[in-house]
Write a protein that binds this ligand. Structure first.
Ligand SMILES: Nc1ncnc2c1ncn2[C@@H]1O[C@H](COP(=O)(O)OP(=O)(O)O)[C@@H](O)[C@H]1O
Ligand SMILES: [Mg+2]
Length: 391
């Protein structure tokens, strides 16, 4: 039974009482608060009130029902009456709305607090992970013009299997064999693509193919990867606290990971100076390393890594020669108009006459699965025996 039938005034009184005590709305506390109001309700009613308050105080309020839908990957609030979801087919408006702008702000601030972060006029945005793994981002007005903007990205605990990704149209028919061979041959690779193209998801799935006797060590700014594998060590960075202490960077994590005897070193998302340690590691016997990289095309990958590397003090020539030895394959993802995320191309890296690394397409998703491109002969060689007979 919902609290609507128990009366809004009553709910307010219970809310007030719990707020004063600072306690979470467990059924027992709600029952006690109701008794204090002179109300004796049945168990179902008490549970109904407790659930409603829980959603409001510790959950995600009106967004709860959207987030509970297993097909929803993103929930975006751009105004109190503009709540959008993505169920894998692009953004759709919903009928969910907030009472007013202040409610959106309160929810964003409460979620930030749950994540141990600040969100107020002095620090008007936050990018954090909630305890259940959900990524939250929020910006308060006036930086966000008009209304608090809240973006939630749900991390579904289960990794997609490769078969599921094939069924979803992310991996082309027959593409699974190439990916398996890539893992088995211990080639190092990055998965590139724009935001939300499914890089992290594909990486999780590929890690699930790693042999059960290998040890995977993950270094992530924000723990998102959930590989289905028996031996995974997860390291997660953290921001500095309010006194400016305790910062743990991805670079720190990569350094530590290397001392933890990884069979596969994984950098969830390469986006800063950790690229130095990563390239050095991949050059010194850490085969099979992998990660994701934000890049709009596979051809942009060397330039992106170069930008990150030079910002960290590596010179261009050194970076390219390390890169050539460190990285073998780029798997590029796109999200097409219909919202479908798919592997568009697989590239191998070659060096041009000037010694610079250039990606060369080896496979491209054509009308009937992967079609061979110029770099195929090289990829075929790299995959060696693990691929078995030609595709
Ligand atoms: N192949 C897919 N099919 C359906 N949903 C997917 C697929 N890949 C990713 N998603 C969903 O899309 C969202 C973005 O995926 P993610 O892997 O985090 O992207 P990226 O790392 O590129 O930003 C996630 O919520 C994820 O569950
Ligand atoms: Mg990602």
């Amino acid at each position: 039974m919902s609290a609507v039938t128990t009366g809004g005034g009553l709910l307010d009184a219970v809310r007030q009482r719990l707020a004063e005590s600072g306690a979470e709305p467990t059924p027992a506390r709600v029952a006690a608060a109701l008794r204090a109001q002179g109300r004796l309700l049945g168990d179902t009613e008490v549970l109904g009130v407790a659930e409603e308050l829980r959603c409001e105080l510790v959950g995600t309020g009106p967004l709860e029902s959207l987030l509970a839908d297993p097909s929803v990957t993103d929930v975006l609030v751009s105004a109190p009456d503009q709540v959008w979801v993505d169920r894998g087919g692009g953004l759709e408006p919903t009928s969910v709305s907030f009472a007013d702008a202040a409610s959106v702000r309160r929810l964003a601030q409460r979620l930030a607090a749950v994540a141990g972060r600040r969100l107020d006029d002095a620090r008007p945005w936050v990018d954090a992970r909630l305890p259940d793994g959900t990524r939250m981002h929020a910006v308060l007005p006036p930086v966000a013009v008009g209304s608090t903007c809240l973006s939630l990205r749900v991390v579904r605990p289960k990794a997609f299997s490769l078969a599921e990704l094939t069924a979803a149209g992310t991996v082309p028919p027959g593409g699974e064999r190439v990916l398996r061979a890539l893992i088995e041959a211990r080639l190092s690779y990055v998965i590139s693509g724009g935001t939300g193209t499914g890089k992290t998801t594909l990486l999780s799935s590929l890690l699930g193919l790693v042999g059960g006797r290998e040890r995977i060590v993950l270094a992530e700014d924000s723990a998102e990867l959930r590989p289905d594998h028996p031996h995974v060590v997860r390291l997660e960075g953290r921001p500095a606290n309010q006194e400016g202490a305790g910062l743990v960077t991805l670079r720190d994590l990569v350094r530590q990971a290397l001392r933890m005897r990884p069979d596969r070193l994984v950098v969830g998302e390469v986006r800063g100076d950790e690229v130095t340690e990563l390239l050095a590691a991949l050059n010194t016997g850490h085969e099979g390393g992998c990660g994701t990289l934000h890049a709009n095309t596979a051809a942009d990958v060397p330039a992106r890594l170069e930008a990150l590397g030079t910002a960290a003090g590596l010179d261009r020539a050194a970076l390219h020669s390390q890169l050539a030895a460190a990285l073998s394959v780029v798997i590029h993802l796109v999200r097409d108009r219909s919202g479908r995320r798919r592997i568009a191309e697989v590239h191998v890296l070659e060096r041009d006459d000037a010694g610079l690394v250039v990606p060369v397409p080896a496979l491209r998703w054509g009308a009937e699965g992967f079609a061979y491109e110029r770099g195929w002969a090289r990829l075929r060689r790299l995959l060696g025996e693990t691929l078995g007979d030609a595709l």
